[in-house]
Design a protein around this ligand. Structure first.
Ligand code: SF4
Ligand code: SF4
Length: 402
């Protein structure tokens, strides 16, 4: 994957001919539909509601006509229904309904839920907004998730800084907790501290498990994979802009800024895209064609999800997509032990992979698999280019199924 590429320019892809909006998710495949094939919809119109622990509203990102439902890959690799909407490119939108009345914790929480903002979490340790749980620490990550591999100009991911700061104030009220912001530069430090937030500077470029160590530093305790179990809410900074839009403008998230990282391109590229834009449209815009040897991952270079196909669209949880045009030369494990040595929670990923490969379930219970924070360092360090994390994830699923 490209390293030290500076991204300072944003391309716009806000007029795709169709969008593909996921109706289900990793945790829930059931939903209610509020529109039918042939109906006309507006930007920000509620088109469906997903079941789950909480019901999550789903909104159209374009105005146009509902064309049908297609089964496509979701970003974590499963197949889910997507609503296909033909974009009329008129951008006719539903009028926003901001929060009226006092900004109490409950009122802000309700508005955030009403607008379907669940936290624009990505791969790794990020948490969803769950205000039914006690929250003792809110940590906002203002460092681009792949900054260790790709240099992104500081303002690229939070250029609407006034709205972001207001969104953080709202999050602070909603979570009833102080906020700590992780940064890797000094650009907005003064603004953040003047607004009353704690700021911790991290070195994302030298420490590849930096977020794990930074959270430990802030909370002064061990960090489990499910941060909510330790009463920690960890969210990327663009979630705060989404909170601002939800509460102050009464609008759901309909577009996103994401980075396409292509190993054989001169430079990787940032895009403003409509949610639901198909990956093929983005590749076409880059003048690239996916072939059988290509592989795609979403999220972090270290611990993102490897997609099984190129039939997926951008959703609010994806801020990076990596495309490797040549086949990955994964070879056999040489038992060098590097992955075991590097694991920050010391759970022997090579041994877990070995037990999972042979489906020796009893052995899996000997390892503390649930301690895995999915940092991806085991895969990153492997000289045989084995996706060790993927094996550990499979083992985790097997153990959690019991
Ligand atoms: S097993 Fe791999 S992904 Fe999990 S914590 Fe250890 S190094 Fe990180
Ligand atoms: S780093 Fe790779 S080759 Fe070495 S023990 Fe781990 S899986 Fe095997």
């Amino acid at each position: 994957m490209a390293k030290n590429v500076q991204i300072a320019e944003v391309k716009s892809l806000l007029r795709p001919s169709k969008v593909y909006v996921p109706l289900a998710s990793t945790n829930s495949k059931y939903y209610d539909l509020f529109v039918e094939v042939g109906d006309l919809v507006l930007v920000g119109e509620k088109i469906a509601e997903r079941y789950g622990k909480q019901r999550t509203p789903i909104f159209s990102s374009v105005s146009g006509k509902v064309a049908g439902i297609e089964s496509m890959e979701y970003y974590s690799g499963i197949l889910v229904d997507h609503m296909v909407i033909e974009n009329d490119r008129k951008e006719n939108a539903v009028e926003g309904k901001p929060l009226v009345g006092i900004e109490t914790a409950k009122n802000i929480q309700r508005k955030i839920e009403e607008m379907g903002v669940r936290g624009l979490d990505q791969s790794g340790l990020y948490t969803r907004f769950d205000f039914t749980r006690t929250i003792k620490h809110v940590i906002v990550n203002a460092v681009f998730q792949n900054q260790a591999f790709l240099s992104v100009e500081n303002d690229l991911f939070f250029d609407e800084i006034d709205e972001v700061i207001e969104g953080m104030q709202l999050l602070k009220k909603a979570a009833l907790s102080q906020i700590t912001i992780l940064i890797d530069h000094d650009l907005h430090t003064k603004r953040f501290t003047e607004a009353g937030f704690d700021v911790v500077k991290v070195k994302a470029k030298v420490n590849t498990a930096w977020h794990y160590n930074a959270i430990k530093k802030v909370t002064k305790k061990e960090v489990p994979y499910n941060l909510m179990d330790a009463q920690i809410l960890f969210t990327p900074i663009h979630s705060c802009k989404a909170i601002y839009d939800a509460v102050k403008l009464g609008k759901p998230v309909t577009h996103a800024r994401m980075v396409m990282m292509c190993a054989d391109l001169d430079a990787s590229t940032a895009f403003d895209v409509k949610l639901g834009t198909h990956i093929k449209d983005i590749m076409t815009d880059l003048g690239k064609e996916y072939n059988e040897a290509s592989s795609i991952f979403t999220g972090s270079v270290l611990n993102g999800f490897t997609m099984k196909t190129n039939n997926f669209s951008v959703n609010e949880h994806i801020s990076s997509i990596g495309v490797v045009m040549d086949e990955v030369n994964e070879s056999v494990c040489i038992k060098c032990g590097l992955c075991n040595d590097i694991c920050p929670v010391e759970i022997l990923p090579q041994n877990i992979m070995d037990a999972e490969m042979r489906t020796i379930e009893t052995r899996l219970y000997e390892y503390s698999i649930d301690k895995c924070i999915e940092c991806g360092l085991c895969s990153y360090t492997c000289p045989s280019e084995i996706n060790v994390l993927e094996w550990v994830r499979r083992a985790k699923r097997r153990v959690s199924r019991g």
